[in-house]
Write a protein that binds this ligand. Sequence first.
Ligand code: ADP
Ligand code: ADP
Ligand code: ZN
Length: 215
Amino acid sequence: MDIILLGPPGSGKGTQAKMVADKYHVKHISTGDILRENVRNGTPLGKEADSYMKKGQLVPDQLLVNIIKDRLAQPDVKGGWMLDGYPRTIPQAEALEKILPSLGQKIDVVLNIDVPDKDLVDRLSGRRMCKCGVSYHLQFNPPKVPGKCDVCNGELYHRSDDQAEAIMKRLDAYHKQTQPLIDYYNKKGITATINGSGDIKKIFAEVSKALDKKV
Ligand code: ADP
Ligand code: ADP
Ligand code: ZN
């Protein structure tokens, strides 16, 4: 099954994607994680992307299209994938549509996680991340040992773009550039909207229900 996760920053895409990947045996592909790894390793892509990410702006479409094209052609995603953080613009969605047929892949479902803006600021400012891609929250989803990742024991950090100014810019970028995708996929009749407020496990039950209809 090939799944797209849509939702504003902080809506719980990464949190839900980890659980979906385990239950449905699909590969979790997070473009944010891929970009952050490139920034950490100082690759040419990382150097170019960093200036946009720090400011809370989207990285130019062409860089993302190249990343996705390479990633979806790798053998480990043949059993199915879940895209988290891609597409974020209409041109990215159109590019994906051109790439998929040659790979023998198609989008089965678009999950749209809906959370009001007022909750997103609290979620993002209290988020703590691990390099392995798992995210926690100081109050809403704390790790077992403060400051350490439950999965890999790595040191948790506060993302530089999870601070007030960049958060506001990211929400603005979401509303202007990414939200139009909801309509774009609604018209294709492949969207399921999930209420992303409340208990993480309860939301996952809703996500599972939507996916079970597709398998
Ligand atoms: P969030 O957790 O807020 O949804 P991500 O980790 O998905 O954020 O992305 C972090 C940053 O990486 C974005 O603010 C943006 O600068 C960049 N980025 C990630 N995916 C994309 C994309 N598909 N197009 C453009 N920029 C992207
Ligand atoms: P995204 O990938 O969409 O940016 P994350 O999965 O990283 O979002 O979640 C953002 C923050 O909110 C994290 O700190 C996470 O632990 C927390 N979080 C995730 N789901 C919920 C929820 N249902 N209720 C409260 N906090 C949540
Ligand atoms: Zn970890």
